[in-house]
Write a protein that binds this ligand. Structure first.
Ligand SMILES: [Zn+2]
Length: 126
């Protein structure tokens, strides 16, 4: 399915808005946990206005993404290249990692699992 809103995210205000949307979506997805190995429907975490697509991941696939505070799971092609880069591509989903200065802080501060393990990731070198 094609999703093509031309909405460049070059200004910091726009980038932060996307980052806050991503944080909200991540919180929603945290509540959608399944059991066993069955695929669970998660919201695309691209944070773009109007995206309400679903992605199906196994609980372990989802947990692998969530282990990184700066990573989000999106529909393939939904990367917002101004603020993040794809680090994994699969048939059903892609994993992006935030790198823009305006959004890294938001991603890390809103990570639902930041209390686990107490690791403090270094700031992204841009
Ligand atoms: Zn999306």
């Amino acid at each position: 399915m094609q999703f093509d809103i031309i909405r460049p995210t070059t200004d910091e205000v726009g980038q932060r808005r996307v980052a806050l949307n991503q944080a909200t979506l991540r919180r929603l997805n945290e509540a959608m946990r399944g059991g066993g190995d069955e695929l669970v429907s998660f919201r695309c975490e691209c944070g773009r206005f109007g995206c309400n697509q679903l992605i199906r991941l196994s609980p372990s696939e989802y947990a692998a993404v969530r282990a990184h505070p700066r990573r989000f799971v999106v529909v393939p092609g939904h990367e917002v290249v101004e603020i993040e880069s794809a680090v994994e591509r699969h048939n059903r989903y892609a994993v992006v990692e935030a790198h823009a200065a305006a959004v890294v802080g938001i991603a890390e501060q809103t990570s639902p699992r930041r209390d686990r393990g107490g690791q403090r990731p270094a700031p992204a070198a841009e």
